[in-house]
Design a binder for this molecule. Sequence first.
Ligand SMILES: Cc1ncc(C[n+]2csc(CCOP(=O)(O)OP(=O)(O)O)c2C)c(N)n1
Length: 609
Amino acid sequence: MNPLLIELSQNLPHLDWDQLQDLSDLLRQSIIDIVSLNGGHLGSNLGVIELTLALHKVFSSPKDKFIFDVSHQTYPHKILTGRAHQFPTIRQFKGLCGFASPAESFHDHFYSGHAGTALSLGLGMAKSRDLQKGTEYVLPILGDASLTCGLTLEALNNVPLKLSRFIVILNDNQMSISYNVGAVTQILNRYLTIEQDKLDRTLGTPSFFEQFGLRYHGPIDGHNLKDLVETLEDLKDQNQPILLHIKTLKGKGMEAAIHNPITYHGCRPFDKITGKFYPPSSMPTFPQIFGRHLSELASRDERIVTVTPAMPAGSCLENFMQQYPDRCLDVGIAEGHAVTFCGGLAYGKNLKVIASIYATFLQRALDNLFQDVCLQNLPVIFAIDRAGLSPGDGSTHHGIYDIGFLKGMPNLTICQPRDGHLLKELLESALHWNCPTAIRYPNLATHDYPETPFFFREIGKGEVLIEGEDLVIIALGHMHSIARTVCDLLSQQGLRATLIDPIFVKPMDEMLFERLLSSHRFFVTIEEHAVSSGVGSLFNSLVMRLKKQEIHVHVLNFGIPDRYFEHGTYSELLNEAGLKAESIVQEILRVFTPLISTPLTSHDHCSIS
Ligand SMILES: Cc1ncc(C[n+]2csc(CCOP(=O)(O)OP(=O)(O)O)c2C)c(N)n1
């Protein structure tokens, strides 16, 4: 890292305006340099450099608490709080996290990565402070899109009238990842575009935020450091909860990022001189195949409607949205609403409704899914994107818990394709199943075999990919490719494995498994999901339910261990989880080899490792 950047960031409270300007330039350049190498959240961080400098200049972190919503915009904060040396390791294995991380620093108070939490957390901290007679400031820092989260609006409804040393910063760049949506955006636009005297008349007096008990101040230029510092100094002494509205430019300081805010929100490595991205893999990804195929289906069937909570770009729905703006709906960062809204759309079963949601964000909508879709037995198809590890983002974003919370929902069918072709088949078939369905898939490259004919997939039917006799390997979705390598390595040891793609997590192919349980003693499950609650756990229950203990079945479950997993490359994380083919084989041989040669006795029981 640039030594001047380190020196200036250590002396921040004593810097004059020129030095602060130098520091902001150095911060910008370092962030561009490192994100161009590691990938990461670029536009949002370039937009908050002056804000972060002003906050650290005026307040005293960690005593005063900065609570960044989502916290994807904490790169300058990290550099300014003693992490400049480590900044080049951001998003890398064992390196700095791309989000706030209390494990890294006392200046980060919560692990966060999901939007909409900062105001609730901040209100809770301020209440706790007041009960303990504390004197620190609490500053929730929200983006404009956070105001589309139900959680933020619930917190807004709870701001106490008497609350001091509480300053909400609303960082308004008019963007979510894509363009921000809905009435909130219109309200904020009016604040930005209408002069103050007319504003009161347009929005009513007291204005929107004032009606929630927050004294509104702004909008001010979020790139004018002097103005920011002076305003914050002023607001420090006011004895009521305040909202400071600042206007910023996403990508400020890098032309390509300013002009393509969606692409540079969270980006892959790029050439920092030209801003051009290095060519991606030539194979399509599961989400790309989903987006393409859905558009094609929608062009043939006008009953198809898709809902995305603020992720049209990541979920590859932009083309669909452009072609059919009335049938591809971005509802904002509002997963709960998205799911319940889909329940409403599917009512009467006249439309074919697809909710496209990242696995990690679907966690926000658990009860909506239970009550408003599954209990009603409505045929909503959940396209669960990013199901699996989320390598660069880490613990807040891994999509490895959804089977755990979905498997208990009656009426819900859960499946996962092993490749792009099967994804298309499942999607098309699900349109005819007429029941709530979850199709989960990772953000990995895959084959879509465009020439292969389509088969209608029957609910609950798995597939035998390889016939063997010594053991059965059940590999969920894309893990079949690792499982194939496991089969090859085992065959070198003289063991012939049967390889199963269950396709359906729920209902499982009980007939197939019952047959296999009668002909095999050794079973292995492999999945990129929390091992404690995924397909392996469902298989274990099936073994017990079918009372297979009398034939002495041994099961080994491979999945993500039951602890929080951080960030790294996909390969590093698989390795860490023990999901590389070589380590799976080693474990199979270690556990099963002594058992294979042991003769059965009448006292043998089913064992699940
Ligand atoms: C619950 C949830 N849903 C979706 C996302 C994905 N996401 C990350 S950042 C972001 C947009 C945030 O926009 P804003 O709060 O305005 O901040 P900006 O990046 O524009 O500074 C979204 C939708 C998320 N982090 N959490």
